[in-house]
Design a protein around this ligand. Sequence first.
Ligand SMILES: Nc1ncnc2c1ncn2[C@@H]1O[C@H](COP(=O)(O)OP(=O)(O)OP(=O)(O)O)[C@@H](O)[C@H]1O
Ligand SMILES: [Mg+2]
Length: 331
Amino acid sequence: MPPIQTALAIEASGLVKRYGEKVALDGVSFEVPRGTVCGLLGPNGAGKTTAVRILTTLAEADAGSARVAGLDVHASAKAVRRLLGLAAQEATVDGLLTGRENLIMIGELHHLGRRTSVARADELLDQFALTDAAGRLAKTYSGGMRRRLDLAATLVARPEVLFLDEPTTGLDPRARNELWAVLDTLVGEGTTILLTTQYLEEADRLADDIVVIDHGRVIARGDAAGLKRQVGGSQLFATVADAARLPEAAGILARVSGSAPEIDEAARSVHAGGDEGPRAVARLGEALADAGIEVEDLGLRRPTLDDVFLTLTGAPADAGADAPQAAEVGG
Ligand SMILES: Nc1ncnc2c1ncn2[C@@H]1O[C@H](COP(=O)(O)OP(=O)(O)OP(=O)(O)O)[C@@H](O)[C@H]1O
Ligand SMILES: [Mg+2]
């Protein structure tokens, strides 16, 4: 496969996609520099899969244009298909073939020839820790194994640009960590990756740049640190045993954090911006203990996708708020 010649591996420009009355994409633009990881972050129905389908030539945009490795996805669909790998949201491997048979078959579909296909299959099975399960039918695999086999299948032809649609949704934390490690290896080898996710944590862990979309629009973009700064960083919190002591706890939290605390009566907790990190947690714990306030929980909560949405749209992710203009956040 020839190396990508352009500096940008992916360029989406004003993509619009309608399904009847429903506007799935409402003018989405973003770029992914070659050799980087872009996280397309958004809640259910945001338009992530639609964007991936257009970029991978599986669907056509109603307006706008897109390029992968410098090639127009519409005009050069065939060439684009040859150089990209796609792990779709739904598993695509054949459950009635073994893991090894799946990978060999894909190699043969890519015209690698039998011998090369077998060698490549065994190499990938090893890389994805599936060698022991290689001879079992894919339908007997666990969710995590199946996701790894899916990913291995997309890598058979060594794509330069990889699209992963929610690669870790439904995986347990351990399987998720294993998959993240595999993606690290790919990035180290220079693969450009666009992955969609509903988890800020995942975008944070893997992506160089994050594009936040909601209701078919880009509502923010930047690196993880920039997005978190925009939502106010980490929150220092304490949950107390006795609600009557909340005002006192809030006073102590104000002193320790140096920022204005908020009280959540229902949760019996107080919270405030806490960018000093774990040391502030220790100081808060001590100060509360000194005041004789019984504490049930104490810690530093990192911003969640919900926090990002609350801040960016003024509404929870599923509340259907009108999206404001995209905000550029730097890191
Ligand atoms: N084939 C289709 N026919 C009708 N509506 C569709 C179709 N595909 C997507 N949509 C609608 O377009 C919007 C965007 O869908 P899309 O699948 O791109 O979202 P998503 O961000 O991938 O969500 P999820 O996190 O649930 O996978 C949704 O409102 C969805 O219902
Ligand atoms: Mg989707």
